[in-house]
Design a protein around this ligand. Structure first.
Ligand SMILES: [Zn+2]
Ligand SMILES: [Zn+2]
Length: 172
């Protein structure tokens, strides 16, 4: 029998990595690394949820090992490490950051998932990763990118995200 079509109109948690205990409610949701060791809880609405954006910059391409990064920023006062904080490894540098800020990246030491980045220029906020969010419905709704930045660095075989404001360099 063929599978029923995927219902994306409400919360859904497909098999995606080692953990299966992700959740969301109307106000908060979880983000989990690929192996499941690290899990965060974050707000899905303002003021704790600050911004959502795609970035095609060369730095984001390299650090994600992909062609762009899909990000959302959260106030640290509203971010909770549910487990695995001690399992995070950090790596900092400013060499490739256009603004000159130092970016510190926090990875799961076991599976390598980049969980968030922190910029020295924006203290008090963390840049989380859309792909780590366990409720895939949120990828298309509350966390849908509002801006796509560094479009001048976008690889030629991809087109811009639909209905998303395009910015050639950085919005900041
Ligand atoms: Zn992991
Ligand atoms: Zn970037």
């Amino acid at each position: 029998m063929p599978d029923a079509p995927l219902d994306k109109s409400q919360s859904y948690f497909p098999l995606a990595g080692g953990a299966s205990d992700g959740w969301s409610n109307g106000q908060e949701a979880t983000a989990t690394c690929f192996c499941g060791a690290v899990q965060l809880k974050f707000p899905t609405r303002a003021p704790g949820l600050v911004f959502t954006f795609i970035c095609n910059c060369t730095d984001c391409r390299k650090i994600t090992a992909s062609m762009f990064a899909s990000n959302f920023t959260v106030l640290d006062t509203h971010l909770t490490h549910l487990r695995g904080r001690e399992n995070l490894t950090s790596f900092s540098q400013s060499h490739t950051i256009a603004s000159g800020n130092t970016m510190t990246n926090y990875f799961c030491s076991t599976c390598g998932t980049l969980m968030y980045r922190v910029s020295s220029g924006f203290p008090g906020t963390s840049v989380l990763r859309l792909g780590t969010v366990d409720d895939f419905h949120l990828h298309e709704t509350k966390l849908k990118p509002r801006v796509e930045q560094f479009t001048e660095n976008r690889v030629a075989w991809l087109h811009g995200a639909e209905g998303v404001k395009q910015v050639a360099k950085s919005r900041m």
